[in-house]
Design a protein around this ligand. Structure first.
Ligand code: FES
Ligand code: FES
Length: 170
């Protein structure tokens, strides 16, 4: 049996939200725990810890990944984006964050970071989703509060906001 007190620690360096961050942790430390406990990035939430709920979703090289299914040490080769990297300034929300606020797509907010990361990546792939496509895109994320209707609306609204912002900068 492994004695946690004597467990060997590794120096793990990740590039998170564009910044190199290093902390010591056991080889078995999950990325979700490493982000939250070792790096203090508590925006990534942990629900099921089994890859089911999507609350812990982060982006690895821009692709959604369940942080509870990834060892932190194996994420060293990848660019990690958490919800903090998508936006942490209430006065300067990302399109998806603004759409969630406008469409009342969150209640307790526990599931929200996983939705924000998932939808942000999805809109890169499909910039103009239909409501049906939006529903499919969020089908891997669980929410216990909202009934999903407003989250679907937020996906569609976020795509509009992206286009509106592009128009403004032309
Ligand atoms: S905590 Fe990772 S999928 Fe639920
Ligand atoms: S807003 Fe509460 S779990 Fe989704």
């Amino acid at each position: 049996m492994t004695d946690a007190a004597t467990e060997q620690l590794l120096e793990i360096t990740l590039r998170v939200n564009g910044v190199r961050r290093t902390a010591s942790a056991p080889a078995r430390r999950l990325l979700s725990d490493f982000l939250r406990h070792d790096l203090g990035l508590t925006g990534t939430h942990v629900g099921c810890e089994h890859g089911v709920c999507g609350a812990c979703t982060v982006l690895l090289d821009g692709e959604p990944a369940r942080a509870c299914l990834v060892f932190a040490v194996t994420a060293q080769a990848h660019e990690v984006t958490t919800v903090e990297g998508i936006g942490h300034d209430p006065a300067n929300l990302s399109p998806v964050q603004q759409a969630f606020a406008e469409c009342h797509a969150l209640q307790c907010g526990f599931c929200t970071p996983g939705f924000i990361t998932t939808i942000t990546a999805y809109l890169d792939e499909n910039p103009q989703p239909t409501p049906e496509e939006a529903r499919e895109a969020i089908s891997g994320n669980l929410c216990r509060c909202t009934g999903y209707q407003n989250i679907v609306k937020a996906v569609v609204r976020a795509s509009e906001i992206v286009r509106e912002r592009e128009e403004e900068t032309r």
